[in-house]
Each structure stands twice: as C-alpha cells, then as structure tokens.
Design a binder for this molecule. Structure first.
Ligand SMILES: [Zn+2]
Length: 223
C-alpha cells in the first residue's frame, strides 16, 4: 500500500473490519494499484473486448457490442464491489442495554459470490449467529456484511472466515458462528460436472467452538 495516497474511509466500521482481517491474515490478497473506479471500468472493458476477440466473437454484432462495457461495470460496481471498503455497509452497533445473552441467529441469508479460481458463480446461503456481549447489531446488517464479502472473488472458506472475523470485531466478542452452504458453478458447469454437490463451510468462535451445547444449538437446523 502506497503511503499517503489512501483516502481515509469515513465509515469507522469499515476500518475496524479491515484492520481485524489484516491482523488475522484473513484479508483477500489485494495490491493497491492506484486506479480509480472509472479507470477500472475502462480497463476491464478494454481487456474483455480482447478476450472476446480472441474467442473469435464478432464485436460488431449488436448483441455482443456492449458486453465489454457491461462486464466492466458489473465487475466494479456489482459482483466485485466488495473489494472497495468505501462500499462497506454503514453499520452502527448499539450498546446491549437489555443485557441480551441468548443466541441471535439469522438463517438462510441468500448469497451469490464468485469463485476466484474460475470467475464463475458460487450460489448459496449463509447462517450466522452470535451471543451478544456489550454490543448488538441490527439484523439486516448481518445480511449486508455477508453480501459485502460475497461481492469479491472468493474461496468459500475465506468468505466464511471473513464474515466471522468482521462480526467478532464489530460486536467485540468471540462468540460468533458462520456456516455457508453453496453450489460452485465451476464444479457444476465444468470439470467434474457434478450437478448436485454442495460445499458446507463453518467457522466457529468462542463458545460456539468450546461449548458443545452452544455448538449443537447453532448446527442443528442447518439444512
Ligand atoms: Zn472454481
């Protein structure tokens, strides 16, 4: 990271999460290349045009001619927007004044990500739970955090760990659990062409790891 070129992110939650991921070696491997989003869209468009030409596609065809531009926009603004911490959801955690200490579980959060090995879709769902300590978080914010990390080139194991680590940092507790069940289209559509296999990854922290009954309460009911 070049010193002094980075614009400070005004979203404190983004900074907390980023620092926590770096400290635990869980950050996506990224290199600051100095390109702004407009430059990124333009360069992806140019490169994708070349890929299509190499494939022998006719870029003067009106169905294909705008594809490079669409891909540039889609990569930067949509499916890989989670590489940009400026897009991190606005999160406010609030003090746990009600002294809640029972498990809060959000099940079946829809998740679409992209396999970083093949750049094709990972399609699945996440279940996330935590046991409040001093902080609580709006439930929809958990969905947004899952969505943010899903919008990166990913491996499912890292995605699972990143959601865990982000919530542990924001909620100031180790007592967080994340499970993701997903179909990888790189498995379904190519390679072994297994149409029905799912991959389940689970990341457990604190009591979810050390207390069998807490672990059991989280894991039961997962499809
Ligand atoms: Zn893949």
């Amino acid at each position: 990271m070049a010193q002094g070129t980075e614009v400070a992110n005004p979203n404190p939650a983004a900074n907390i999460v980023r620092q926590a991921l770096i400290a635990r070696g869980l950050e996506t491997p990224v290199v600051e290349n100095g390109l702004d989003n407009t430059q990124k869209r333009q360069q992806i468009e140019q490169h994708f045009e070349q890929i299509m030409q190499v494939l022998g596609l006719d870029l003067s065809d009106d169905s294909l001619m705008d594809t490079p531009r669409r891909i540039g926009k889609m990569y930067v603004d949509e499916i890989f927007s989670g590489l940009d911490y400026a897009q991190f959801p606005k999160i406010t955690v609030i003090e746990n004044k009600m002294k809640l200490d029972e498990m809060v579980k959000v099940a079946d959060i829809c998740l679409t990500s992209t396999c970083e090995h093949h750049f094709v879709t990972i399609d699945g769902s996440a279940t996330v739970a935590y046991i409040p300590k001093t902080k609580i978080i709006g439930l929809s914010k958990i969905n947004r955090i899952v969505g943010f990390f899903a919008r990166r080139p990913q491996v499912q194991e890292r995605l699972t760990q990143q959601v865990l680590c982000a919530l542990q940092a924001l909620l100031e507790t180790d007592n967080v659990a994340v499970s993701i069940d997903a179909v990888h289209y790189c498995v379904k559509a190519r390679g072994v062409q297994d149409e029905s296999s799912h991959t389940r990854t689970t990341a457990l922290g604190g009591n979810f790891k050390s207390k069998p009954e807490t672990r059991q309460e989280f894991l039961q009911g997962l499809k």
